[in-house]
Design a protein. Sequence first.
Lengths: 353, 353, 69, 69, 179, 179, 246, 246
Amino acid sequence: MSGTSTIGEAAIQAGCKYYFGYPITPQNALPEYMAQRLSEVPGGVFLQAESEIAAINMLLGASVAGARAMTSSSSPGISLKQEGISYMAGQELPAVIVNVMRGGPGLGTIYPAQSDYFQSTRGGGHGDYRTVVLAPDSVQELADMTALAFDLADNYRTPVIVLADGVLAQMMEPVRIPSRKRKKLPAKNYILTGAKGRPSRIIHSFTMDPKEQEDHNWKLVRKYKQIEQREVRYESFLLEDAEMVVVAYGTAARIAKGAIKRLRKENLKVGMIRPITLWPFPTKIIQETVKYIHDFFVFEMSAGQMIEDVRLSLEGKGRIHFYGRPGGVIPAPVELYRIISRHYYQSKRKKGR
Amino acid sequence: MSGTSTIGEAAIQAGCKYYFGYPITPQNALPEYMAQRLSEVPGGVFLQAESEIAAINMLLGASVAGARAMTSSSSPGISLKQEGISYMAGQELPAVIVNVMRGGPGLGTIYPAQSDYFQSTRGGGHGDYRTVVLAPDSVQELADMTALAFDLADNYRTPVIVLADGVLAQMMEPVRIPSRKRKKLPAKNYILTGAKGRPSRIIHSFTMDPKEQEDHNWKLVRKYKQIEQREVRYESFLLEDAEMVVVAYGTAARIAKGAIKRLRKENLKVGMIRPITLWPFPTKIIQETVKYIHDFFVFEMSAGQMIEDVRLSLEGKGRIHFYGRPGGVIPAPVELYRIISRHYYQSKRKKGR
Amino acid sequence: MKGTIHIKQELCKGCSLCMEFCPKGSISLSKKLNLKGYFLAEFDDKKGCTGCATCALMCPEIAIEVYRG
Amino acid sequence: MKGTIHIKQELCKGCSLCMEFCPKGSISLSKKLNLKGYFLAEFDDKKGCTGCATCALMCPEIAIEVYRG
Amino acid sequence: MLIKTVFSGFGGQGVLSMGHTLASAAMLEGKYVTYFPSYGAEVRGGTANCTVSISDEEIASPVASQPDFVVSMNQPSFLRFQSLVQSGGLILVNSSMVNITSVRGDIEVVEIPTSELAEKLGNLKVANMIILGVFIKVSNITPFTLLLKNLPAILGEKRSRLLKINKEALELGFNYLQG
Amino acid sequence: MLIKTVFSGFGGQGVLSMGHTLASAAMLEGKYVTYFPSYGAEVRGGTANCTVSISDEEIASPVASQPDFVVSMNQPSFLRFQSLVQSGGLILVNSSMVNITSVRGDIEVVEIPTSELAEKLGNLKVANMIILGVFIKVSNITPFTLLLKNLPAILGEKRSRLLKINKEALELGFNYLQG
Amino acid sequence: MKKINSRPASLKEAPFHYCPGCGHSIVHRLVAEVIDEMKLREKSICSLGVGCAVVAYKYFDVDTVEAPHGRAAAVATGIKRVRPENIVFTYQGDGDLAAIGTAETLHAANRGELITVIFINNAVYGMTGGQMAPTSLVGQKTTTSPAGRNPLKEGYPLKFSEVLALLGGSSYLERVAVNNPANIRKAKKAIAKAFQHQKKKSGFSVVEILSPCPTNWRMSSVESCRWIDEVMTKVYPLGVIKEKKC
Amino acid sequence: MKKINSRPASLKEAPFHYCPGCGHSIVHRLVAEVIDEMKLREKSICSLGVGCAVVAYKYFDVDTVEAPHGRAAAVATGIKRVRPENIVFTYQGDGDLAAIGTAETLHAANRGELITVIFINNAVYGMTGGQMAPTSLVGQKTTTSPAGRNPLKEGYPLKFSEVLALLGGSSYLERVAVNNPANIRKAKKAIAKAFQHQKKKSGFSVVEILSPCPTNWRMSSVESCRWIDEVMTKVYPLGVIKEKKC
Ligand SMILES: Cc1ncc(C[n+]2csc(CCOP(=O)(O)OP(=O)(O)O)c2C)c(N)n1
Ligand SMILES: Cc1ncc(C[n+]2csc(CCOP(=O)(O)OP(=O)(O)O)c2C)c(N)n1
Ligand code: SF4
Ligand code: SF4
Ligand code: SF4
Ligand code: SF4
Ligand code: SF4
Ligand code: SF4
Ligand SMILES: [Mg+2]
Ligand SMILES: [Mg+2]
């Protein structure tokens, strides 16, 4: 199954019956899949919105009405959704937003990139908020993370971003779509259904009193802290004996894994930490790792954004190497293998001295 | 003069003849000022756009045509401008964007806040880009920074954000508007004027070839590095003998200064570093300061965003204390004074041990 | 038909719409301010109120109760 | 009036619009592929081309030069 | 010395122009001055207020959590600000519209029947200038002459015909407590 | 073993379905497989290509910077990919549409007059399946029987009437080099 | 004597925060009365625009969500698509709906979304302090058109209901006013009719309401009501603009 | 014999990247010819929308900027307000201009911006691979309306030129097609007229061009041209929609 169909099918299996989106390469196959599949799901609605802004606000409406719903887009379109995402974060509305990243800024290229890391993890919208950001690295994980996204969104009443790129979205790989094994999730006692047999409900965003807004913001902060404690996910790979750790996510991590396998063949002891949640970032494992491994090699398909989180985690300890390919270029594992090995030997030499 | 009028007048004195905007509290007095004043400036155009998105794109057009132009808004409206800002960064177009921050996320409050720090400094839009971010702390600095913003924008062909808040925008203080002392700026040999007597010009955003996009992105990175080297601005205050350094910007810094004056009266040795450019962030002065001062007290009218840049600068050295007031509450100097002195004594005690 | 009205003082904002449209001229603006700082509408039952409820229809604040009978 | 045309092979995409609208039926699709992989339009000067330039008007690719005289 | 004054009342009572008039005069005097209006434009129907801070040195916050002086034109604002004013502070109240109750013992309250005075002048709209005149006298915060001198600039050309009545109002207020 | 094959040609020559057909068969075999199409939908008029990677272990990148095999249906794609193919690699070319020039000495080139063969079958559209058949034979990359078995699933119900001709085409190709 | 009127049940007790003579207050009452009379309180969901009525959730006693400025129609679309059995309406100002929300409103109408739009046309941005709206009249002075709206620079008043009426999906559009007793009665009927069209699944329905904003028009309430008659209705004629059979 | 036609000077030499039979190519030539004939090459500035023609700057030999998707009219507004002496035109698809760019286009028209919009209506999103556009016809199968556009769920084809014609600021609107020689000649005249309206400062001008997209219509070029005649013009009738005296 292709990455895009996988996301779509996993969403449907997770109980998502509503899709709102606006075309943009390289994720068009996802709305196209949903257009077809949701017509087969009883009560399913596929709606091509007139714009990304309309789409995110339809999503907001569907969430308000209590539904599992999703939207997807790619970088420029995601920028347009920022106001809506900020609203949903503030109104504590669950939603799943898929960003199939492409090279930017501006219209940029349609080729895969990872340069929306800051936007996703720091809140490209205004105000004090965070969104959970999941970064799959295979078609199987696209399925798993999409399913997880819906659960996290409902559990914490917060928008969740699934961050993919053109490689993951376009490629096909064998995949098993997880069937709906609902975790026990809190009842949706805030949604709007018509005030029948209960007082009317309000989902508001405006507050007259700054003190009230502040309390609300601190409440959000507490929720985010909870997420930081509970929901960190990462994969570690060959860390035990490693002398250098690659930190990479998504497609970049796949490529890095290939490079590491080659390096290992030549006995270069390189391992990897692959953040699966970009926010909350797996800070602890990095802090633990730096206790025994000195060299961190950050690889991103961008000019360097996640590196900031690695630096924040390292707090001055260890040494960071960086390799970035922004703008849509997909480097080969062998390229990365060469770069990493160069840095590896340099570090060895330095240590030797 | 009020903060908003000051921004407007300073812009006009800097040669800005075009304003495009959409109303939003608490910055409405700025477009209102421009509506009046630009009708008096020969060739001046004030245009109330149908939305923030239209406004940012009109600004893009005016910039393409070679004009000094500006837009302004407040948090939710700035979120809507992110796609346009990303385009202008990518297309290397100068522009001045004023954000009079209010409490968020969502519609939030109309009261002053500083919670768009991440959005401004990390690029709320998509792709690898940065915008210069200037953070004045007085009406006089609103004037100076507005003038500077136009020069920086033209000099580096990049969008510049003036980051203010409801306090600065609404308050009146004595002010001297800088008259136009143009730095020597590069000629605008890229602008569109009609291809008369020269080959036609293109300001494009799309690139077919990812390699070309990558080259472009690295070119941007080099420009940003240059800005980081040349354009850092900050104020340091009573650092010489300080035992604790407050880091704060904008209105928060004003309040902190008041608190510090009180603290000094009681012989508490507290100083301040006030970033004036939030990007590029004054990392170096912080790194130098931590060589002799251990305690850093970060104060923001948010749940904590700039603190990340302080942490990145400190690289694990020193100790960070934080006080945040998100959502629109304006703390009094005396409140801050109490908080800081508590932390100050705690630190002393720890050191004593 | 005879009618009368009661004006809720705490709701009235002195907008004058009731008096403008009362066919009997039964309402006028008093010099009394309420707590919100508005001059209050005042009913004069000697002007022959019919209980037509036009005043209530016009009153933005739902400040007027009309009685008829 | 007599005319003739020249079809730029590297530009032609074989869309057939020229032949569809040529009043004389002077153009047809050949079996020859060009480098871009399109079957080429082919001019037959025996069909009495008048140089009316309809083909050029229709040709999206500006692949046709028309001569008259 | 840093002195913060809050002017407060209903929208329409001219509380912002009181503050503005004072702030402008103090600026002329060469002091550090900030003027900060409440901005509730997005929220209708609230009370308006503004804060004027006057100092010999830089002013940290233009907002007053504990004002030295309060001028209160109506009941809700009186209730709100009488609890905020500093110990030893002063409240000037428009007694035509304020029922003074539950006053703290540690502050001074001066009552001015502003509306009645304004009626004397035949213009209810200058009630604000009357009370401002009283305030200047009581607080001695800025030279009264400077304030008068600056009045034409404040009113601007458009409202220059209001100059005379405003001046009269200020003077009436300034001299009121002497009588 | 990791083997990467690029199928390339004009849009419309069925290069994506060649790759898809191969990838699906290899998945059935239980291998690690990735299929990655070029996506130029935002840019009209380019050549289409796709990469199929088949391996016994996890596949790092679905993209091939240096493919082992290339199937090239037209001249531009031949020119582009013949320089990328690995030393020791193989290119299958549609000699009906490719003028073979400037070939490297370190790779093998097999020419198939695909269009002519397809004409024999009376359907130019199955040229892609013919060359895929040849490719399976030459590369031995996946069992031919598996590929045939999977064909109905690939074509789906809608195109089931094309099953026969596609099968014929595959077989024609598979047996071509024997003859 | 018998009390013959009362506060509608679908309004909460809170006094309105609107300025004296503001049309929003009147329209709130009318909407609530219609909801009461049609027994829709337990079925209604309101998608609230941003404008002076941004806190209308303090008044309407129905389930309410605050949409981002301009996006109420898109939010309502999301709700209605999930809950077709509910009555979904938006409450929006002219700036909200005809400026920043142009695309969302127009396309919801074109798709024939089964929602009702209560469209408060006060020819001005009320909440933000009286800036020019797309609906402001030629020559109208606002804080951002201090010399009066100049059609050559700022365009003509946008007759958005007429625009929406062109679209295939719109079913019922009427322009009313709340400036005198007769018009208020008509306004209420129009609101009821719009909900009826929604119930009957006939299409998108809009009630455009010319609504006084004494504060930003810098007029008294009474003058404002007169101005609607004498000036505003000349540009925005009252009456049914489109009505499909339903 | 004499060569009687030639490539317009305002087109660069690059061959078009469009699909065989694509209307974009024909319109490019017409626009360039008009620019040549009206001697506007050195005065023109193009604000380019995002769609299949996103790289039209490779073809048009005039100053060109690429606007964000849907915002070409806003960008053009910014340019024209700064340089009123230039001729500013946008080149946009139906998705660009009538979906995401609805508000920008409509309000530029309403303000009477002195710009010209070249509006390629191919009833589909071409560049992104054939999704439904607001202009898609009832029953038209696209990748996002696989069962054909259903007006009850997805709305009716949006006649955006008719919408723009309602607005006070629009001066000239004509719908043309490039599906046969006669129509192509008319299309060219319409483009010239639109520029004329801009030169005369009469208002906003639009040429809507029904333009074949054989690829996404899944038809041959010839069939596409016929489909325009037989189906598309029935929904989108050709001719002048509005023409102010100028
Ligand atoms: C994205 C965004 N832009 C701007 C605003 C500021 N804003 C709030 S209400 C409003 C317009 C109000 O006008 P209208 O819709 O006509 O409603 P009215 O107040 O007149 O009833 C604006 C521009 C906002 N809240 N969000
Ligand atoms: C913000 C944003 N959203 C979506 C896209 C993707 N996109 C590119 S072109 C296009 C639509 C093209 O359709 P149209 O405007 O009709 O032009 P055509 O290709 O049919 O000529 C879309 C949705 C984008 N580039 N930017
Ligand atoms: S009920 Fe009728 S007559 Fe009586 S006061 Fe009201 S409007 Fe006047
Ligand atoms: S209409 Fe209502 S609010 Fe207005 S004056 Fe009469 S009672 Fe008071
Ligand atoms: S010039 Fe006229 S007759 Fe000659 S080939 Fe072209 S269309 Fe046919
Ligand atoms: S119209 Fe042009 S591109 Fe089409 S077949 Fe004829 S010559 Fe070739
Ligand atoms: S500003 Fe206008 S619309 Fe807003 S509450 Fe006041 S009168 Fe009503
Ligand atoms: S997809 Fe359609 S519009 Fe785009 S180039 Fe091809 S034919 Fe033209
Ligand atoms: Mg309004
Ligand atoms: Mg199109």
